[in-house]
Design a protein around this ligand. Structure first.
Ligand SMILES: O=C(O)CCC(=O)C(=O)O
Length: 272
């Protein structure tokens, strides 16, 4: 851990994240294993999606599919998290996605807890601190044509996010937009404050990914979890449509690789 912490790769990732708000880490899932993981993720998303295809979207994905679990604590990534968050980083959200053929461009936004449409949010102007790291695990290649996520470099340095009815229109096109591109097995990283959007998929193939978000131990994740007092009081009582993260049943947690357990122990549902 200590040697990875100061590796040239980690320093480069940190510097790029700080400058641009996003970057790429290559090969966090080995090339000889990605096909099996992709097949499992794709099948689980198609089976459990809460949105109609071609947009597959499954929150609390770990309760349905654990094929990504062996990679979640990759030491190269943990070394980055260590520098960003200190001790005890954890997973805040884990979502399986398919952006299928015909998917259109989405609204430009920052992610929770900076998304100003959420009931549980850090109100803008927000402080200059990384509080949630979005990692886009590429199950297929991410290309311009198949809708590699659109990001606006440097937008994480703003202390506000796009919102309907303001001059920062979520439907607008923004200068400098780029798309996350990488090979299957690579992981795109971005600061949750970085403005981004779904990009159109103009191919005939599905773009499959798992979005894993990592946070420091001190960030309150309870508003994301249906059934908690925080979710009832802050989200439901205010008719919010905040992101949600369903818990991991104890029986599934017990079978996870040991390396993944410290990242998700806070999500256990002890009742099943
Ligand atoms: O799937 C993508 O490319 C982007 C997803 C996204 O913007 C989000 O989940 O916040």
């Amino acid at each position: 851990m200590k040697s990875a912490e100061s590796s040239p790769e980690v320093l480069e990732v940190l510097a790029t994240l700080q400058r641009d708000g996003y970057c790429l880490m290559k090969g966090l899932i080995p090339s000889h294993e990605i096909v099996a993981v992709r097949e499992s993720v794709g099948n689980s998303v198609r089976k459990h999606t809460s949105l109609p295809m071609p947009q597959g979207y499954v929150t609390g994905f770990l309760r349905h599919d654990q094929s990504i679990a062996p990679y979640l604590a990759n030491p190269r990534l943990l070394a980055v998290l260590d520098r960003l968050f200190g001790d005890y980083p954890r997973i805040s959200m884990l979502t399986g996605t398919i952006n299928g053929p015909g998917i259109k461009r989405g609204d430009v936004h920052a992610d929770w807890p900076f998304n100003q449409n959420s009931k549980a949010r850090i109100r803008a102007p927000y402080p200059d601190i990384v509080m949630n790291l979005v990692t886009m695990w590429m199950m297929t290649d991410y290309t311009i044509e198949n809708g590699g996520t659109m990001v606006i470099p440097g937008s994480h340095k703003r202390d506000y996010a796009p919102r309907h009815g303001t001059e920062h229109d979520p439907k607008a096109k923004y200068e400098g937009e780029v798309q996350l591109q990488g090979k299957a097995g690579d992981v795109g990283l971005f600061d949750a404050r970085t403005w981004h959007a779904i990009a159109p998929n103009v191919t005939q193939e599905e773009r499959i990914g798992v979005i894993v978000r990592y946070a420091p131990w001190w960030l309150n994740l309870q508003t994301l979890r249906p059934g908690t007092p925080d979710h009832r009081q802050i989200v439901e009582a205010n008719k919010g449509h905040d992101s949600r993260v369903e818990p991991v049943p104890r029986s599934i947690y017990d079978r996870l690789p040991e390396s993944a357990k410290p990242l998700v122990f806070h999500m256990i549902d002890e009742s099943c």
